[in-house]
Design a protein around this ligand. Structure first.
Ligand code: AMP
Length: 540
């Protein structure tokens, strides 16, 4: 028997309706590329998003389900695109600005984007490929100076597009399972694949991420969204923030750690989110400035393993809680998040950091299981390792335009390609990407465990470990290290003995190379594919 409740679809327009009604004067602040500060209110966001809805439908003749690209930094106009494009019934396809021209061409053609909203400062990237994008009818230029000109076909200024539009149109009526946004995976293992989010998945994700046991987002939050809006919808922070009535601060292209620390202080940020490399950069700047009364309380960190030393240092030196979270483009992204529970309060500081360094417990509505090499579901014993499979209302069910079931189990769980275990308290620990695991003499070695331990050495800034072919052992680990102080050295025997207390002998790398920089992916993670290539070509 069905319940007798109203059918009221969960749509992202309703998140902004609520934000506008309850928090009309809340601010959205952007530090623009020229470092000027732009500030407006939720009321402005609401009205301008409505103008965009009108313009998309009446001027650009957008229909339900059309894909519209964005190629932009984090800023207030990008927020308007997050609400206005789905509000017009279309799909907000955020394109990663750091991919290669060939990958971008593939993505836009695969998505068949009809228009692309693009930052004036990024136009030069698109000009050479525009002729290869037959579905794109025109470009809408964001933040352009009056002198702006371009060889792009059919371009128009964003402000000109929306200026005469009425601001009171209703959002286009949608069913909650209809698509509202799309991101492509960063394509480190092949061609990028499209992940199509629904209104429902975005609303539920925003709701759950804002819960106290999750990221605890509320009208008291002042959020610095460092994680790009072109990467997994900025971890859902724009939707969660507006729904909860948070002050949103957006850095646009000002992504240097010094600039971010200035924003944290000037804008009294109490919650930020970014990948570990950004966290490392912010920590280094805080060390030199040592600002009194740092407003920052929580920093969501994920996208790659957050080194325990970083979590420890932030806590001890700045009283900032790094909250380690795990997820993927395919999981919207939040799957797990690591916070202490009341029963952990009496533990030693070291033990608390150990728990907070795990990838954490499942978010509400998310189920995770570990499937071992022989296809069994592993017990939650804290050591039985296998591939992580996940299901839930914001987890992918199929890639865009793909019929492949390769990444899905027979009973419909998504196979993440990450490897790890879950302890009896339900905390997940990622030990590797399946493809990054090292199998040496028939034994598995976790590259992540080696990396975080090497990074705990006081002289080491960054470390990454890859598998290299070995005639005897099949594979051996190779450690690639960046030292904190250029020009200094770290004897290999010293690093080996540093590792000896945590690892079996066979797990300790025989080879170490010292480099100035570790190659990073388009979203700031260690690029192991590139390192394996450099190694194979003798360039490491
Ligand atoms: P992406 O889809 O680009 O966000 O990448 C998702 C992948 O990043 C995951 O499958 C993991 O391999 C990795 N990842 C994300 N969060 C974490 C984390 N907290 N610890 C370790 N790896 C992570």
């Amino acid at each position: 028997m069905l319940g007798l409740m109203m059918h009221s679809p969960l749509t992202v327009g309703k998140l902004l309706d609520h934000g506008f009604r309850v928090f009309p004067q809340k601010e959205i602040i952007t530090i623009l590329p020229d470092k000027t500060r732009h500030q407006y209110t939720y009321t402005d966001l609401y009205k301008r998003s409505k103008k965009l809805v009108y313009s998309l439908i009446q001027k650009l003749h957008i229909k339900k389900g059309d894909n519209i690209g964005t190629f932009a930094w984090n800023h207030y106009q990008h927020m308007e695109l997050y609400f206005g494009i789905p509000g017009a019934g279309a799909v907000c396809h955020t394109i990663n600005i750091r991919l290669s021209a060939a990958q971008t061409e593939f993505i836009v053609n695969n998505a068949e984007d009809r228009f692309i909203f693009i930052d004036a400062t990024l136009v030069s990237f698109f000009e050479p490929i525009a002729a290869l994008l037959p579905t794109v009818e025109g470009y809408i230029i964001l933040n352009a100076p009056a002198s702006f000109t371009s060889s792009l076909p059919n371009w128009i200024h964003y402000e000109d597009l929306i200026k005469d539009a009425p601001d009171n149109l209703d959002w286009v009526e949608m069913e909650e399972d209809e698509a509202c946004a799309m991101c492509y995976t960063s394509g480190t293992t092949g061609l990028p694949k499209g992940v199509l989010y629904s209104h429902r998945s975005c609303c539920l994700h925003a709701l759950v991420v804002s819960l106290p046991n999750n990221a605890a987002i509320s009208s008291y939050s002042r959020i610095l969204a460092i994680v790009p809006q072109f990467h997994v919808l900025a971890w859902g922070l724009p939707f969660a923030g507006v729904m909860a009535g948070a002050v949103m601060v957006l850095p646009s292209s000002n992504m240097q750690p010094e600039a971010l620390v200035k924003m944290i202080i000037d804008e009294k940020i109490n919650l930020a989110g970014g990948v570990p490399t950004i966290g490392q950069g912010i920590y280094a700047v805080l060390k030199t400035l040592n600002p009194p009364n740092l407003p920052l309380k929580d920093f969501l960190i994920g996208g790659a393993t957050a080194p325990p030393t970083l979590i420890d240092n932030f806590q001890k030196e700045f009283n900032v809680r790094l909250i380690h979270a795990w997820g993927m483009t395919e999981t919207s992204p939040v799957g797990t998040l690591s916070k202490l529970q009341p029963e952990h309060e009496s533990l030693s500081d070291g033990e608390k950091i150990r728990i907070r360094s795990l990838q954490g417990q499942e978010a509400l509505f998310i189920d995770i299981r570990i499937i071992t090499e022989n296809g069994q579901s592993a017990p939650r014993d804290g050591f039985t390792v296998g591939e992580i499979e996940i299901r839930g209302p914001w987890v992918i069910n199929a890639y865009y335009k793909s019929t492949s079931r390769e990444n899905f189990s027979e009973d419909g769980w998504f196979k993440t390609g990450d490897v790890g275990h879950i302890n009896p308290e339900g905390y997940l620990q990622i030990t590797d990407r399946a493809k990054d695991l090292i199998k040496s003499g028939g034994e598995w070695i976790s590259s992540v465990a080696l990396e975080v331990t090497i990074m705990a050495h006081p002289q080491v800034k960054e470390a990454s470990v890859i598998a290299i072919p070995d005639p005897i052992w099949t594979e051996r680990p190779l450690a690639i290290i960046v030292l904190k102080e250029p020009g200094t050295s770290l004897p290999i025997e010293e690093i080996k003995s540093f590792l000896a207390s945590s690892f079996a002998k066979y797990q300790i790398p025989d080879e170490f190379v010292f480099v100035e920089n570790i190659p990073k992916t388009s979203v700031g993670k260690f690029d192991k594919k590139e390192m394996r290539r450099l190694y194979a070509e003798g360039k490491l």
